[in-house]
Design a protein around this ligand. Structure first.
Ligand code: PLP
Length: 395
């Protein structure tokens, strides 16, 4: 009999982390690999945030804190929601965890009973289905079409809801497509959700600040009739280039927030005291660099989208946000190229041209691949050239 639990057997390791690891290994073996798999900004954490952390260490903020966040950080989060999203919360409606990932994991552990369904629009962030499975729930994957910019429609949502539906996950702007839901699109989904009063909504807003072309970010808790059924997750990882600091947070119904705290109290306890102090500065300090960095990401996005659309067999939509594109490579999956799937495509691309990207099927939609353009323009130029050479060589 295996020592490994049945619940762990239900899940697989994160495919995006696996690609990043593979690229790291090839690089260590002397290969000139360009990694376009990682989901983190290549920019550094701003100095004012680093200084706040150094000061916290010097002040002796090096002990346990309240399990679900320091009063100072919770206050900064309350103010963030008021300032940026026009949402009012009290501090007992806020929880802070070790990254958005932990907050989501705790939310599922706190709420799912065996067989409860969670609607996950595909393509999705790789961790959602496995977290749901680990918590004993059932992922209900709803494939979204490229013609809808990979977004969930009201019709598809209505069809997916059953008596067992507990949560709907919304992620805007999205990993892996970069697509953002407009206010109108969210209102359309809200109409369905208002009719289905038992369904809770988990809104993953982690890419809120990385957006382009005056895209107006709107989050579903802003629809007042749904606020009591919405858990809004966000964090400092992407907006403030703080992936390594591990601070994420959520705001929502008190009973869920309390239950999340209970899990955290018996598992990890508080997130790092020093990182929490840094996150206070991130939220309260100057936000000017966010715009500068979004502009840099936009230049890269424009370059990548244009370059990909110049390659025969590839078609790439222009995303509203995040730092990913999700090109269609179905035109290259045929007898002539000898590629049967997106997995073949990414494997051969890595073997032949040393460019690491992630297959669409890892995100629940076949025939696509994900590129993270959170890397230097030099790297992107080389990578686009190599992808073009690869596609031409097989056609
Ligand atoms: N949600 C989405 C859609 C993500 O892409 C990520 C990170 O890749 C997270 C949540 C978790 O972020 P973190 O745990 O670094 O705060």
């Amino acid at each position: 009999m295996s020592i490994i639990s049945d619940s762990l057997k239900r899940i697989k390791p994160s495919p995006t982390i696996a690609v990043t690891q593979k690229a790291r290994e090839l690089r260590a073996a002397g290969k000139d690999v360009i990694g376009l798999g990682a989901g983190e900004p290549d920019f550094d954490t701003p100095d004012n945030i680093k200084d706040a952390a150094i000061q916290a260490i010097k002040n002796g903020d090096t002990k346990y804190t309240a399990v679900d966040g320091t009063p100072a950080l919770k206050k900064a989060i309350v103010e963030k929601f008021k300032r940026e999203n026009k949402l009012e919360f009290t501090t007992d409606q806020i929880t802070v965890g070790t990254g958005g990932k932990q907050v989501l994991y705790n939310a599922f552990m706190a709420t799912l009973n065996k067989g409860d369904e969670v609607i996950i629009p595909a393509p999705f962030w790789v961790s959602y289905p496995d977290m749901v499975l680990l918590a004993g729930g059932k992922p209900k994957i709803v494939k979204c079409d490229e013609k809808d910019s990979f977004k969930l429609t009201a019709k598809k949502l209505q069809k997916a809801i059953s008596k067992k539906t507990k949560w709907l996950i919304l992620n805007s702007p999205s990993n892996p497509t970069g697509a953002g839901y407009t206010k109108n699109e969210i209102e359309d989904l809200a109409k369905i959700l208002m009719k289905n009063k038992k369904v809770y909504i988990l809104s993953d807003d982690i890419y809120e600040h990385i957006k382009y072309d005056n895209f107006n970010f709107f989050t579903i808790a802003q629809i007042s009739k749904l606020k009591d059924r919405t858990l809004t997750m966000n964090g400092v990882s992407k907006s403030y280039a703080m992936t390594g600091w591990r601070i994420g947070y959520a705001a929502g119904p008190k009973d869920i927030i309390k239950a999340i705290g209970k899990i955290q109290s018996q598992s990890t306890s508080n997130p790092s005291s020093v990182s929490q102090a840094a996150a206070v500065e991130a939220l309260n300090g100057s936000q000017d660099f966010i715009k500068e960095r979004s502009d840099a990401f936009k230049r890269r996005r424009d370059f990548v989208v244009k370059s990909l659309n110049n390659i025969k067999g590839i078609n790439c939509l222009t995303p509203n946000g995040a730092f990913y594109v999700f090109p269609n490579c179905k035109g290259l999956l045929n007898k002539k190229t000898k590629l049967k799937s997106d997995t073949d495509f990414v494997q051969k691309l890595l073997e032949k041209e040393n460019v690491a990207v992630v297959q669409g099927s890892a995100f629940g939609l076949e025939g696509y691949f994900r590129i993270s353009y959170a890397t230097s323009m030099d790297n992107l130029k080389k990578a686009m050239q190599r992808i073009k050479s690869f596609c031409e060589s097989i056609s």
